[in-house]
Design a protein around this ligand. Structure first.
Ligand SMILES: Cc1cc2nc3c(=O)[nH]c(=O)nc-3n(C[C@H](O)[C@H](O)[C@H](O)COP(=O)(O)OP(=O)(O)OC[C@H]3O[C@@H](n4cnc5c(N)ncnc54)[C@H](O)[C@@H]3O)c2cc1C
Length: 290
């Protein structure tokens, strides 16, 4: 569980643990997208006007809530400069910590909840080898109790023409993941190849690495400690109308959960926008749906 969840099972609430056990039991095979996970957002963005490299620095209620202006203004920094967008509704799909920084209409208590969401940090090493790895499985999960720099390994077969295999190594979360994120590339390589060697003689990689790349994820996976689900429930009841949150920290540490939270957020704001246009109440009076 420590390898898979990037967290110590003792920290996780029973409710979250039951949800993960259900997920694990239904996981009969590992599926990966040809071309990488980025194909999902790329496909979603294909039919939309997406501004890449634009950074939202503040989402605030419009100063003149007179009905002539949209209720929210979003201040954006882009390579071309700073500008403001008026918005009828906002779905904030950043990490929780970024949402706490930029969503000024939120009550302090809600901001504190968002700022308090904990993330596991992780380093990922991708490397190519000058040889093949003799392993009956392409995925290796580290079940050892002692701390190691490697939690999961994936072997990518080199294919024909006698090329060596590729390997992806994921660090665990916790202190080890955070430590690795602070190290230089060569040091991460050293720690992770040392960790891989514990899987058996076939995994002594050191001098067989021909090329490598290290990616660091300081906010890799949100944690679901005891009380997290209760705090999330409160948080949803405190959101002002026209503002919704999306992200894996609301529903689970995976893409499906992140997408589900996005669908819920879109449902929330479209329902509220429909109410706004069909009832005589002002936007500020519209009740937030939990
Ligand atoms: C190494 C690694 C491997 C993983 N592998 C898998 C896997 O195989 N399968 C799986 O299901 N899940 C996997 N996950 C988990 C999955 O990637 C996440 O759960 C998912 O991406 C979370 O999506 P999200 O939209 O909540 O957040 P993110 O993907 O983190 O998206 C948040 C976005 O907000 C943007 N942002 C932040 N602040 C601002 C701002 N101020 N203005 C504008 N934009 C901003 C960020 O740039 C980012 O693009 C993996 C995670 C990691 C770290």
């Amino acid at each position: 569980m420590r390898s898979f969840l990037f967290a110590d099972p003792h920290d996780i609430s029973r409710a979250a643990m039951l949800a993960y056990l259900k997920l694990l039991l239904s996981l009969r095979s590992v599926r990966s997208l040809t071309g990488g996970l980025q194909r999902l957002p790329e496909a979603l963005a294909a039919g939309l006007h997406v501004r890449l490299g634009h950074h939202a620095v503040e989402v605030a209620p419009h100063r003149r809530g007179d009905g002539a202006h949209p209720p929210y203004r979003v201040q954006v920094v882009s390579p071309e400069g700073t500008y403001t967008i008026g918005a009828d509704a906002v779905v904030c799909a950043t990490t929780a910590t970024a949402a706490a920084r930029i969503l000024t209409p939120l009550p302090d208590r809600t901001k504190d909840t968002l700022a308090g969401v904990r993330y596991a940090s992780a380093a990922v090493l991708n490397c190519t080898l000058d040889r093949r790895i003799a392993s009956p499985s392409r995925w290796v999960l580290n079940m050892a109790r002692q701390a190691s720099a490697v939690a999961i390994m994936r072997i990518i077969p080199g294919g024909a023409q006698g090329r060596g295999d590729g390997l992806t190594l994921w660090s665990p979360g916790g202190t080890v993941g955070a430590e690795l994120c602070d190290l230089a590339d060569d040091q991460v390589l050293g720690r992770m190849t040392q960790g891989a060697a514990a899987a058996g003689p076939g995994f002594e990689l050191g001098r067989h690495v021909t090329a490598f790349r290290v990616d660091r994820w300081t906010e890799a996976l949100p944690q679901f400690p005891v009380g997290h689900l209760r705090r999330l429930h409160e948080l949803h009841t405190q959101l002002p109308a026209g503002l919704a949150l999306a992200g894996d920290y609301l529903a689970g540490q995976n893409l499906e959960a992140a997408i589900t939270s996005g669908i819920r957020a879109a449902d929330r704001v479209t329902t509220q926008l429909a109410q706004r246009h069909t009832t005589p109440r002002s936007w500020n009076e519209t009740r937030a749906t939990p």
